[in-house]
Design a binder for this molecule. Structure first.
Ligand code: CLF
Ligand code: SF4
Length: 296
């Protein structure tokens, strides 16, 4: 049977700062153990962290699982409010299953009160739900930008699936099917599934209601529309001269339409793959880090 969760009454939601705005006193730590990716997004140029969860601009140093577990120990020692450990890149958590699972096992053996969290593009999700459940991962984010294959074909030049690189509509259909199927299986297994969508004006914002309706049907709890952060390298896709991020009012309008079927997350900080601390602290660190990087 499908477990029904409401946002208000689940302890796992009340104590996770991304799932609940009111959980802002709790901190999260991202461990950057996942460098590889199994798809290519047009808005990702790989010099930066995965744009699905991350603000482009700074590269996180990739760590081995052992280094990551050491980092967890150190951060935990000085940060008693640490409640969530997440794997969010810099590539895709499930395209690096050994590193991701070894790290999650290691940290949960040290602290059984943690929430384990991962973020993925969903291509490799269906076959990993059992393992995630066994490890006690309750919080899952799937980045789904569209449920329209013709838009996905523009958004993703290729996917790497069953040892083959696939392109065009074939790739788009496989990716969307696996994202939705993975979401449904994970929700049925009792995981709290959030969907991130990169909002690109004229591209992903056009069908945001259809997307929200589909993810609702499959058991997602929360929809996080994240503004594309434009960069010069985005110039050439969709035949557009320069793809820009949405204005505040475009974002607001998309959230209003998405909210017809899905509760909205609107406090996302588009964290780096090595982010640590409370969400509001991160935004300052991030601005500083980006500034420093730009000056070098
Ligand atoms: Fe990290 Fe993501 Fe887990 Fe949160 S972030 S893996 S769900 S613990 Fe949170 Fe950061 Fe937004 Fe992500 S504010 S980018 S939604
Ligand atoms: Fe880049 Fe993330 Fe897309 Fe992979 S899923 S191509 S790392 S933005």
């Amino acid at each position: 049977p499908t477990t029904q969760h409401t946002l208000a009454d689940d302890e796992r939601i009340k104590t996770h700062p991304c799932y609940s705005k009111d959980a802002h006193q709790y901190a999260r730590l991202h461990l950057p153990v996942a460098p590889a990716c199994n798809i290519q997004c047009n808005y990702c140029n790989r010099k930066f962290d995965c744009s699905n969860e991350s603000r482009p601009g700074v590269v996180s140093r990739v760590m081995s699982p052992l280094q990551a577990i050491e980092r967890f120990k150190k951060v935990k020692a000085r940060m008693p409010e640490l409640k969530v450990v997440g794997i969010a890149g810099p590539g895709d958590a499930l395209a690096n299953p050994n590193a991701t699972f070894t790290t999650l096992k290691g940290v949960s053996a040290l602290d059984s009160d943690l929430h384990l969290c991962i973020s993925t593009n969903g291509l490799a999700l269906p076959e990993h739900v059992d393992e995630l459940t066994r490890l006690g991962v309750n919080h899952l984010t799937v980045t789904i930008n569209t449920v329209r294959p013709e838009i996905a074909a523009d958004l993703y030049p290729w996917i790497y699936f069953k040892n083959r690189r696939l392109f065009g509509m074939e790739a788009a259909e496989i990716l969307i099917n696996r994202q939705l199927n993975g979401l449904e299986i994970a929700a049925k297994a009792g995981m709290l599934v959030k969907v991130n969508t990169v909002l690109i004006p004229g591209v992903t914002d056009r069908h945001v209601e259809a997307l929200s309706t589909e993810i609702k049907k499959r058991g997602a709890l929360l929809h996080n529309l994240m503004p594309l952060i434009s960069e010069p390298s985005h110039g050439t896709f969709f035949g557009m001269h320069h793809v820009m991020g949405p204005s505040a009012s475009e974002l607001e309008y998309a959230r209003t339409r998405s909210a017809i079927s899905m509760p909205q997350m609107s406090h996302c900080k588009q964290c780096r793959a090595d982010a640590e601390g409370r969400l509001e602290e991160q935004s300052d660190q991030q601005v500083n880090a980006v500034t420093v990087e730009n000056q070098v």
